[in-house]
Design a protein around this ligand. Structure first.
Ligand code: UDX
Length: 446
């Protein structure tokens, strides 16, 4: 009989994973502790903007006309325990307030709530990003509290999906990594992923701590690449060199590669910043903090980028923001997402606002979240409206919509034709042709 799957936590990771498992043909039960979220999902609505996810979900959610009915949702752990052979735990692990360490309370609550209902053989699979050593500890907790005892096993199966590409990355991952303690768990996970998902994808089997570390080290490496090129951007600016050309040229070396070498205002979001901070905190606990001191530098290069963009904007408006209008294009931490968590764009907008600038933000999908987080900023309904009367325009999130803007049209409504490209993504020649002074980070002025 086909395995029955449950997914605990229906945020980015969980909602996508649940829909993808249904797409692969499994009967899936998704759980969240927030009843309003469950109600939305039952109606086939996704609580965040993620390309393709709503369509995928609606293809499978029970009760939606024409759906396969394979995907259902609940708030009951009892139901989850009775239903599933394999339970994926997908709850989030945010940064603790005022600390580097990550907050494990959601993971711990999920395990504590699930364990007493594991009355029959089951595999619990952790997908959340956790400090190394967590899986071993959680396995002990399961063993102590699950009525089925040794028939309940734990595996750790980190997830590498990117926001904006969540569906594609889940259905076509570039690798599957599983940390297990026995052959039975490995066999079950091979069975779960024996579908188009795993086709061609390397299946890496290892122990718990290695699986946990694969995720945090991968994110640290990606962050390092971005901060490396941003450090080069600082040097390029001082030396009159062009960081975009430099990135292109070093990227032809396959050992370096072209990806993740776009200089700009740096990384943000719900993963990279908090994962590298949690990684440093954990290294400290393990007595190897020296091994990761370089990550502190990666973090500070990244944070410096935001300040540098504020300085560039201040210079552009003549040395002070008082009485100046600043148009901000972009609020989300990256395009194709409505996520504003630790968004460099909003951080820059907020700093300028605090320094007396009159900021107007426009973002294609992030407006509602931005308004909630930064209610005192000004907002506009379109890029054109945001730019109206602006003394300087800041391009801070590289949405396609902004690349498609007509600089000549914007030139008619702006007070001053000055644009700063914080993502090195606009066509400089096009903007200059329309009469704009275009400046990008780490590149010569003209
Ligand atoms: C990241 C990892 O890529 C993913 O594997 C992991 O599962 C979760 O964390 P995500 O947070 O969705 O995914 O964003 P990502 O595409 O990695 O971008 C992170 C940030 O880096 C964004 O703010 C982006 O604008 C910035 N970035 C990325 C750069 O500044 N330059 C680049 O060259 C690439």
């Amino acid at each position: 009989m086909a395995l029955k799957i449950t997914v605990i936590g229906t945020g980015y990771l969980g909602a996508t994973h649940a829909a993808a498992m249904a797409e692969l043909g499994y009967e899936v039960l998704g759980l969240d502790v927030l009843p309003e979220k469950i109600e939305m999902l039952r109606r086939g609505e996704v609580p965040m903007y993620e390309p393709g996810l709503e369509e995928l979900l609606r293809r499978h959610v029970a009760g939606i006309e024409g759906s396969t009915g394979r995907l259902r949702f609940t708030t009951s752990y009892e139901e989850v325990g009775a239903f599933g052979d394999v339970h994926f735990v997908c709850v989030n692990t945010p940064q603790k307030h005022g600390e580097y360490a990550c907050d494990m309370s959601y993971v711990e609550s999920a395990f504590d709530a699930l364990a007493p209902h594991l009355t029959r053989p089951a595999l619990v699979v952790g997908k959340s990003t956790v400090p190394v050593g967590s899986a071993a500890r959680l396995a002990e907790r399961l063993a102590a509290h699950a009525p089925a005892g040794a028939d309940v096993e734990l595996a750790w199966n980190p997830e590498f999906l990117r926001e904006g590409f969540a569906v594609q990355d889940t259905l076509h991952p570039d690798r599957i990594v599983v940390g297990v303690t026995g052959e039975r768990a490995e066999a079950l996970l091979r069975e779960v992923y024996t579908t188009p998902v795993a086709e061609g994808a390397p299946f890496v089997v290892t122990d718990y701590p290695t699986a946990e570390l694969v995720k945090t080290s991968a994110n640290s490496f990606l962050a390092t690449k971005i901060s490396f090129i941003n450090a080069m951007a600082e040097v390029c600016e001082a030396a009159g060199a062009d960081v975009a050309k430099l990135a292109e040229a070093i990227g032809y070396d396959e050992r370096i590669g072209k990806k993740f070498l776009r200089a700009g205002i740096g990384f943000g979001g719900g993963c990279l910043p908090k994962d590298l901070r949690a990684f440093m905190a954990r290294a400290g606990e393990l007595g190897v903090d020296q091994a990761l001191t370089f990550l502190r530098e990666i973090d500070s290069i990244n944070m410096r980028r935001r300040g540098h963009m504020v300085e560039m904007a201040r210079d552009a408006v003549g040395g002070g923001f008082l009485g100046k209008r600043v148009a901000v294009l972009g609020a989300t931490f990256k395009p194709d997402s409505d996520d504003v968590r630790d968004s460099p764009a909003l951080n820059v907008a907020g700093q300028i606002h605090l320094q007396g600038g009159q900021v107007t933000v426009y973002d294609p999908k992030g407006m509602a979240n931005a308004r909630r987080l930064f209610p005192t900023l000004g907002y506009a309904d379109s890029a054109l409206d945001a730019v109206h009367g602006a003394d300087v325009v800041l391009h801070l999130t590289e949405w396609r919509e902004f690349r498609d803007l007509d600089p000549a049209k914007l030139a008619e409504v702006a007070s001053e034709r000055r644009i700063l490209d914080g993502r090195n993504a606009l066509d400089a020649a096009l903007w200059r042709k329309a009469g704009w002074t275009y400046r990008a980070m780490g590149r010569p002025s003209a």
